[in-house]
Write a protein that binds this ligand. Structure first.
Ligand code: ATP
Length: 349
């Protein structure tokens, strides 16, 4: 029985962005699972739902409505489904805009196999720390003259130092052994060179953690040959984005990998995958990536017991292997998978 203090505990106010494409389906599944877990641990949620992107524009004339900005400012924690970014034109990426607006400079992406799910690379356990606000993602592009486009790659000492610190401090706190800074400083001598200089300076303050540097193209090959040599990858924005999708294949694909965008004031938790328009609205999406992002969120808001209930139930479902979604070799839909995770809560506690 929970103590009275636990029972009357205030609901966590969380900004919820269902997003579009598969976003609403996976978000609905995750909310149902978190509500069920919360009923077991005495933790409750006050979800503040907001649209973003094309849907928001249709309703309010704004891609990111002011009410959404205010909600994140007040709650300081958001759980976000994917929002489609138009390719080659249209409005700016909602993800990139939110990361810049709230200075969510650290993108944390743990890549870890789920027990029971067979992949070509069992036992992978690595983390990507991706700088989240600079690089070619600064969005500073101009058409210089017709036929010549230019994009500015911005790398700063401040941005590089703080992401390196975030990675090294995490490594120290969690007993991780090795950090590889990923770069292309042989070609981009000033920008990637500055990134490496900052990483080296930070590394000097953490002598117990092995520090190495790998060139990004070689890293792709090394990862496919032997991902076990890596523990933490410290990257700029673009390299981290690409390597995240590559690394997701080690653990079963994009449907599985969680992410957290962390700043000094706020945090936005979201899956690594995009809005997957090819499977949207068909009850085919795997909600695991967003669910594991929500587990990161539960730790962030100091609800470790609720996080454990969710993680154990999730692992139980994968361990049994009976109710999995198609992307990982099963035949179940999003809702059936979510129901199985909720059912598993009674057998795992
Ligand atoms: P973005 O550039 O917006 O981040 P992306 O390149 O990561 O997007 P996605 O939209 O995530 O691309 O989709 C890539 C592929 O992975 C698609 O075939 C999609 O169906 C699949 N996929 C992505 N997420 C999931 C999921 N949650 N469940 C099942 N399949 C998924």
């Amino acid at each position: 029985m929970n103590s009275l203090a636990e029972q009357v505990k205030q609901a966590h106010r969380i900004t919820l962005i269902p997003g579009d494409g598969i976003g609403p389906e996976v978000t609905e599944a995750v909310v149902a699972i978190l509500e069920a877990a919360g009923r077991k641990t005495g933790c409750s949620f006050d979800w503040h739902r907001h649209d973003a992107g094309a849907d928001a524009f249709e309703k309010s004339g704004e891609y990111i409505p002011k009410a959404l900005y205010q909600s994140i400012e007040q709650n300081r924690v958001a759980l976000k489904g994917p929002v489609t970014t138009p390719i080659g034109g249209g409005f700016a990426s909602i993800n990139v805009t939110l990361r810049k607006k709230f200075d969510l400079y650290a993108n944390f992406r743990p890549i870890k196999n789920l027990p029971g799910l067979k992949t070509n690379y069992p036992g992978v356990d690595l983390i990507i720390f991706r700088e989240n606000t600079e690089d070619l993602y600064a969005g500073l592009e101009v058409m210089v003259v017709p036929g010549v486009a230019q994009s500015l790659k911005i790398i700063t000492e401040k941005g590089s130092t703080r992401i390196a610190k975030a990675a090294f401090e995490y490594a120290r706190k969690h007993g991780r052994k090795r950090i590889h800074a990923i770069h292309k400083a042989n070609i981009m001598k000033l920008t990637d060179g500055l990134f490496l200089d900052c990483a080296r300076k930070v590394a000097a303050g953490f002598p117990e953690i092995e520090y190495k540097e790998h060139i990004v193209d070689n890293t792709c090959m090394q990862l496919v040959l032997n991902p076990y040599q890596y523990d933490i990858l410290l990257t700029e924005n673009l390299y981290g984005d690409i390597l995240s999708d590559l690394c997701s294949a080690f653990v079963g694909g994009l449907g599985l990998v969680p992410g957290a965008n962390l700043g000094a004031e706020c945090a936005v938790f979201e899956a690594v995958h995009g809005s997957a328009p090819d499977i949207a609205g068909k009850d085919l999406a795997n909600p695991t990536a967003l669910l594991q992002s929500a587990v990161l969120m539960l730790h962030h808001i100091d609800e470790p017991a609720t996080a454990d209930v969710v993680q154990q139930a999730l692992e139980h479902v994968y361990g049994e292997g009976k109710t999995l979604t198609r992307d990982v070799g099963g035949s179940s839909g999003t809702r059936a998978f979510a129901d199985a995770v909720i059912d598993a809560m009674s057998s795992t506690r």
